[in-house]
Design a protein around this ligand. Structure first.
Ligand code: AMP
Ligand code: MG
Length: 351
């Protein structure tokens, strides 16, 4: 058990003494939970392999699943990566700071543990004052999401406490994150560029900024064979609550959900329907319990709520959750990737 110091800070104007304390923890080889605009991260100095190893232990993360390196200024990109293509430099100048991660050739200054022995490194510049100040002080920080491996990514400081208290040196709690879903990762080490993980920047936007088409492999949609994973992280089951989830991908979700709910209720199961506000509206009275993840017409809201809903599911005391899928457009691609990975069963219907 590690002694964990917990700090509450203003997300826009964090107490400088907290930033300096946590910076010192990182410099002396410790690990710190900090907020970003996507989800909370668990950080160590990117140059310190021993510290990176502590992250894998704290999370129970397989050692072959590499970490994203976070920077606070463009100069640091040259510290952590090599051979940056021109179009990538242009894209980062538009999308950084922000939830956009690029896979590049790794510089030897990044510890091999961070890249899990790979010759590449994933890099991003987060758009969160606390993250930026911490990196400004300590230098590039390697950080995966601050959850126990396999659990939904934490979107509040409270969720990081549940997972990480006693496992890390410090937690900086700055309330709820903005996007609530992780960054979009693009592999730019080979052409054509491809999505490794859809995230908080819609892939359509990335393609527009890069001025080229980007391949969306089956795995980026949360489908396909996990053994042949593109990004090591894609082969692991993710984001899974204990409660089994049935994901409904249907052109008329209301009927499919209603049918399924009835079937399970008749078997004596306690069912929770997780769906869009619009579907819940028409289901009213047909199923005993419902939770909304937001409007089907506002994917920003759905993406922001999805991990929270998955985290809360195990506290609902139900046997099974039936979840309505969303359209794989814009942020919907990232939402469907997370839902398919969380699901124990996927049901597709066209009626
Ligand atoms: P997390 O920080 O929990 O969001 O996980 C980071 C994600 O980035 C995982 O899916 C990793 O597999 C992926 N990733 C990080 N570095 C690399 C890399 N060098 N090559 C491929 N994927 C990477
Ligand atoms: Mg993660």
């Amino acid at each position: 058990m590690t002694l964990t110091r917990v700090f509450h800070v203003d997300p826009l104007n964090p107490d400088q003494s907290v930033v300096e304390y946590c910076c010192e923890v990182l410099r002396s080889g410790g690990i710190v939970v900090f907020p970003t605009e996507t989800v909370y991260g668990l950080g160590a100095l990117a140059s310190n392999g021993e510290a990176a190893r502590k992250i894998f232990i704290a999370k129970g993360r397989p050692a072959d699943n590499p970490l994203i390196v976070h920077i606070s200024k463009l100069e640091q990109l040259y510290e952590v990566a090599e051979n940056m293509p021109e179009d990538v430099m242009k894209a980062v100048s538009v999308l950084w700071p922000g939830p956009f991660t690029v896979l590049l050739r790794k510089s030897p200054r990044v510890a091999k543990e961070v890249a899990a022995g790979l010759p590449t490194v994933a890099v991003r510049m987060p758009a969160h004052p606390v993250a930026l100040r911490l990196i400004d002080c300590a230098g590039p920080i390697a950080a995966p999401s601050a959850n126990i491996s396999g659990r939904p990514s934490p979107t509040t400081g409270f969720y990081t406490l549940l997972d990480m208290f006693g496992r890390v040196d410090a937690i900086i709690d700055a309330g709820e994150t903005l996007y609530g879903i992780e960054s979009t990762i693009i592999d730019t080490t080979t052409k054509p560029y491809k999505v490794l993980r859809p995230g908080a920047v819609p892939i359509e936007k990335v393609a527009e900024v890069l001025g080229q088409e980007i391949i969306v492999p089956e795995q980026a949609r949360g489908l396909g064979e996990y053994e042949k994973a593109l990004a090591p992280g894609m082969k692991y089951k993710h984001y899974s609550p204990e409660t089994p989830i049935i994901l409904v991908e249907s052109t008329s979700p209301k009927d499919a959900i209603q049918r399924l709910a009835k079937e399970y209720i008749e078997k004596g199961k306690k069912v929770l329907v997780i769906a869009s506000r619009e579907t819940i509206e028409v289901l009213r009275g047909c199923t005993p319990r419902t939770t909304s993840y937001g409007s089907r017409h506002n994917m920003f809201e759905v993406a922001r709520n999805i991990f929270k809903v998955l985290r809360e599911l195990d506290r609902e005391g139900v046997d099974i959750a039936i979840v309505e899928g969303v359209e794989e457009k814009g942020l919907g691609l990232a939402v469907m990737n997370r839902l398919r990975k969380a699901a124990s069963k996927i049901i597709k219907t066209t009626s």
